[in-house]
Design a protein around this ligand. Sequence first.
Ligand SMILES: Cc1cc2nc3c(=O)[nH]c(=O)nc-3n(C[C@H](O)[C@H](O)[C@H](O)COP(=O)(O)OP(=O)(O)OC[C@H]3O[C@@H](n4cnc5c(N)ncnc54)[C@H](O)[C@@H]3O)c2cc1C
Length: 396
Amino acid sequence: MPPNNAGTAESTPAIDLAAYRAELNAWLDANHERLAPRYDPPGTIDDQVAQMQRVKSILFEAGWMQRGWPERVGGSGGPPMLRTELGAALAARDLADPGLFSLIEVLAPTLIDFAPPELAADAVPRLLSGAELWCQGFSEPDSGSDLASLRCRAAPEGGNADTATNWIINGQKVWTSLAQFSDRCVLLTRTGPADSRHRGITAFFVDMDSPGITVAPLEMLNGVLEFAEVFFEDVVVPAERMLGELNGGWAVAMDILPYERSSCFWQRIAFLYGRLQRLVELAPDGDRFAEIVGEAYIQLHALRARSRATQHRLAATGTIGAETSIDKVLVATAEQTIYDAVRRLLPGVIEIDGSASGELWRNEYLYSRASTIYGGTAEVQRNIIARRLLDLGSEG
Ligand SMILES: Cc1cc2nc3c(=O)[nH]c(=O)nc-3n(C[C@H](O)[C@H](O)[C@H](O)COP(=O)(O)OP(=O)(O)OC[C@H]3O[C@@H](n4cnc5c(N)ncnc54)[C@H](O)[C@@H]3O)c2cc1C
């Protein structure tokens, strides 16, 4: 099935983004009481997930969640940048955690591109309305950076791939964000021979309440149970849940990357501007204040300029590839520089401050260390930049 290009400019008339932003912000101002978290920040992961789903349902009811999504999946059309502006506005106001909210932008465009149309039309509105949460089952204990080596196996029931009505899945995933809260999983499986690498991978859209799935949450460095191990034991998945072609799962994985490393960064950038501003308000004036804040601001602003250009390129062409590795390096660098600035300008806060504010900074500082790992590590991004963009030789 050819991709439908959910992220492209297809049927997306030009729109006045500034006017949209103003309209959105006026509505968010007017509805702040309804939308604001009902817990003290940072809240538990359960609090944050519940808050995000509640915010999604209110926004869906008011028609905002549908903006920028194709009409064939219940959207109201318009360019994808309407979605990223919404994510950024929510992140800037601390109404939804940017990392959790960005999973919509990471997974839904690819589902629209590769799922049978009736499946996408049924599932996407559930994700947008807060009725469902989805997760991304790619990484395995021995397959992270080298994703093409994954082993979680899908076999046709009865042995014939052409006639099978079900597929049987056995294996394990790891680091699956929000798996314990998720209703569905975009799952990569091995369907070719063990050594078939990227040519023998198939994607499925799996219901997480299927018999045979066990989810074991894992603690991150900041103590939060945000991701999980997921075990599959004889899990039956209907053949119509295959995304794309048999052994065409690599195309599904590659379709996700432009979203995972570009448009969804827009919300994290908005969030980071807010945190930098909070640091400026809290930090005492000192010899190195301007230098440290200035360095963080330059990193963040360079990232914003880059990300804006990337989104315009995505909107214009519908295809961005290896270039997004630059965005990924920049976002991780900016995030870590900002939280390093917090540590330098608010001495002891990250390490020993027991107040709610200290807990928030510590939680976010520790999470920022993961930004050079998730979505592809910094080393691997630099390899891609060196080899594919700068033509500096091949692996090995
Ligand atoms: C917070 C968080 C959330 C995540 N969420 C998800 C999720 O929802 N779904 C999912 O599928 N995965 C998820 N991941 C997993 C993530 O994609 C992997 O951790 C990442 O791809 C790295 O894989 P790995 O952990 O197996 O490390 P490895 O691939 O084993 O790498 C270990 C180290 O070796 C380096 N290295 C590896 N290969 C090379 C090379 N060729 N050249 C140079 N250096 C190299 C790496 O840079 C790294 O420093 C998440 C990770 C984190 C931290």
